[in-house]
Write a protein that binds this ligand. Sequence first.
Ligand code: NAD
Length: 291
Amino acid sequence: MLILISDAFAPDLPDRLARFGEVTDDKSRLPEAEVALVRSKTKCTKEWLDEAKAMKLIIRGGVGLDNIDREYAKEKGVNVHNTAAASSIAVAEVAFALMLAMPNHLIRGHNSMETGDWIKKELKRTELYGKTLGLLGAGRIGTEFGKRAEAFGMKVLAYDPYLTESEFELVDVDTLLAESDYVSLHMPLTDETKGMVNKDFIAKMKDGARIVNSGRGKCVVEEDVVEALKSGKLAGFATDVWYSDPPETNPFIGVDNVVMLPHLGASTKENMDRIGDIIVELLEEYYPDKE
Ligand code: NAD
């Protein structure tokens, strides 16, 4: 059996998987591979699946399955799994770092010290304590993020049309937007959530509110956010995620009050180790004779 490691995983993963078969990272061997390990970079499209003639199992290290044509995979009898629970803490922590960076001017403060400018008087901070956070999506990551916000003394509201109960007060989206000082995206990319953060959405937000996006880039209409930052309607936008990795165009370059990361949400060592553990467990389930 050939296992294709198509994206970046923990360095010790090939050794851990050796007992199940041959392990390769040579993508030209896709037609021979029975198992593929992907993250978000590999796009498992119809064409990719047609080329993967021997494929039986795709494991997506991480949560979002929007890079995999699951319907077509199902038609072709290819099983698809993710490692959903592994990444929650890693993403919640990076989202929290993004949220903290904005009112504390971490980027401008740091850059000013690099250039020798002392802009202490210009940089007015505000506290997270006592502010309201609105979660869009209160699943695994949203919940971990919300718990951290509560520990900082924030009030946490959540909008999640698919939940009837949550650790946080569930409200409708308009109430959430009207009351939140920070809005954080933790829903999947779906037809419903694509472009959800647009002009109309932003117009319903509090003046001077801030957005954190550690969910999916395409949930946001970037140009509308840029316009709102320039007009002062939004006081900040911090994002880990993009329309593509890396972005082909980036309208946030040079815009004030933006914090940008190159999709680091899942990239902790601990998460990579947990993903490796789940992959081994899944392969043990599918190939019990290789124990
Ligand atoms: P989850 O399935 O546990 O939670 C997602 C929640 O979103 C669910 O409760 C669902 O009901 C809710 N939801 C669905 N449609 C919604 C809508 N229209 N409005 C509001 N809520 C809606 O998933 P999770 O593990 O918490 O991950 C959430 C997302 O985070 C993933 O889908 C992925 O896109 C993103 N993610 C990003 C990174 C990163 O590196 N930045 C890493 C992992 C996951």
